[in-house]
Design a protein around this ligand. Structure first.
Ligand code: MN3
Length: 199
């Protein structure tokens, strides 16, 4: 049985950047639904029982046809959101430091250029999806709740949810305002920790 992880901060912890109303809806309703539907999918495919969500996604081709798309959608939703809460912090924002900062500057020329490219790709996602920073510091996007693991890539260092449910209550249709605000809550300590595991 998969369960909804608690938010690692208060629902109003992200302050003016992402409201309590969004966090309650996004965490308690949207993420809970992914968890519930993932559990239902696994219930109907006993051969998948006991696998972690990472194992389910990496081994997505093992899933029977009858549940494969449900595991992609709801397993992806559970994995992506479990990380997304940790990629934000009331003490977030600013710029990365240390080896991650140096590596981003080496690849992109400057931190700002990295932010600009990540932002541009986030705005170019048509419909619902995510933007990811990979361990090689490439920036990729996926549709719906797909993610790098499902595509056979390494686990992401950082990800941004650009589904409308992530911002509509605060920003209406203005995804660019949401993305601009989001940089103020990015938990660079957590991103650096993930980068350190790979480098
Ligand atoms: Mn979401």
């Amino acid at each position: 049985m998969f369960t909804l992880p608690e938010l690692p901060y208060d629902y109003d912890g992200l302050g003016k950047y992402i409201s309590k109303d969004i966090m309650v809806l996004h965490h308690d309703k949207h993420h809970q639904t992914y968890v519930d539907k993932l559990n239902a999918a696994i219930d109907s495919a006993p051969e998948l029982k006991g696998r972690s969500v990472e194992e389910l996604l990496i081994g997505i081709n093992d899933a029977p046809d009858s549940v494969r798309q449900a595991v992609i959608n709801h397993g992806g939703g559970h994995y992506n959101h479990s990380l997304f809460w940790q990629w934000m912090s009331p003490n977030g924002g600013g710029e990365p430091t240390g080896e991650l900062a140096a590596a981003l500057v080496e690849k992109y020329g400057s931190y700002q250029e990295f932010v600009d490219q990540f932002t541009t790709k986030s705005l170019a996602v048509f419909g619902s999806g995510w933007t990811w920073l990979q361990p090689d510091l490439d920036i990729i996007t996926t549709a719906n709740q797909d993610n790098p693991l499902i595509q056979g890539l390494e686990a992401p260092l950082l990800g941004l949810d650009v589904w409308e449910h992530a911002y509509y209550l605060d920003y209406k249709n203005k995804r660019d305002d949401y993305v601009k605000s989001w940089w103020n809550v990015v938990n660079w300590d957590f991103v650096s920790e993930r980068f350190g595991i790979h480098n």
